[in-house]
Design a protein around this ligand. Structure first.
Ligand code: ADP
Ligand code: MG
Length: 221
């Protein structure tokens, strides 16, 4: 089963002047793979993330997610597909400050149409899975950076996504917390999760099974 399939997919920002931020590329990621995209600042990583995350449409070529050709989908279908199939993990965590860990994870499922009763149960389960079962009722301000990122990963997992899409998930962490989060991601991969890691950091990238580099918008396997 193929999770990501880019077929000649590229994105040129219209400008003027037009910026060919992602050159037409092919990329296949199968279920259970752990793939990294590594490249320096300005190389097109965010552009690619936005395409893979269904936040932007490629201006040429095709992007299939779980075999679904996304180009022809209306916006509300793309939103639903994103909510159900993709778990995002960002550098800056994006947790709600006044909410507990379990509330943060439960609230995110609102958009995924999970019935109210199930949200808390799933949130608890996801937090246990990332080793945060002992801090269910803590607010983010009482957690370390690494613990916050674990909560954010639990939030991403709670929808049972087919893809964990990580954008510099250790960028705000000290080396001990970063190692901890990367170990967690390794473990999730070991359990069968499909992971796509986007990073400028070669050490982070090297944790993946397969590394793809991006430079000046060109993907190179
Ligand atoms: P990265 O995330 O690797 O730093 P980006 O994908 O953000 O790279 O940017 C790739 C290229 O596209 C850069 O040259 C950047 O200036 C350009 N770019 C990014 N967003 C836009 C936009 N909305 N309009 C025009 N150019 C853009
Ligand atoms: Mg970027």
């Amino acid at each position: 089963m193929t999770v990501i399939e880019l077929c000649g997919a590229g994105l040129t920002y219209p400008g003027p002047p037009p910026v060919p931020a992602l050159r037409p590329a092919d990329l296949t990621v199968r279920r259970g793979e752990y793939v990294s995209i590594v490249g320096p600042s300005g190389s097109g990583k965010s552009t690619l993330l936005n395409v893979l995350g269904l936040l932007d449409r490629p201006t040429e070529g095709r992007f299939l997610l779980d075999g679904v050709d996304t180009a022809s989908l209306k916006d509300h279908k793309r939103t639903a597909l994103r909510a159900h199939r993709i778990g995002f993990v960002f550098q800056a965590f994006h947790l709600l400050a006044q909410r507990t860990a379990v509330e943060n994870v439960a609230l995110a499922q609102l958009y995924r149409g999970v019935p109210a009763k199930q949200r808390t149960a799933r949130a608890r389960e996801a937090l246990h899975r990332v080793g945060m079962g002992h801090r269910l009722d803590s607010e983010p301000s009482r957690l370390s950076g690494g613990e916050r990122q674990r909560v954010a990963i639990a939030r991403a997992l709670a929808a049972d996504p087919s893809l964990l899409l990580c954008d510099e998930p250790t960028g705000n962490l000290d080396s001990a917390n970063a190692a901890n989060v990367l170990d967690l991601i390794d473990g999730l991969h070991g359990e069968g999760m499909t992971v796509l890691m986007i990073t400028h950091d070669q050490a982070v990238s090297s944790r993946a099974q397969r590394q793809v580099s991006i430079r000046d918008g060109v993907l190179t396997t």
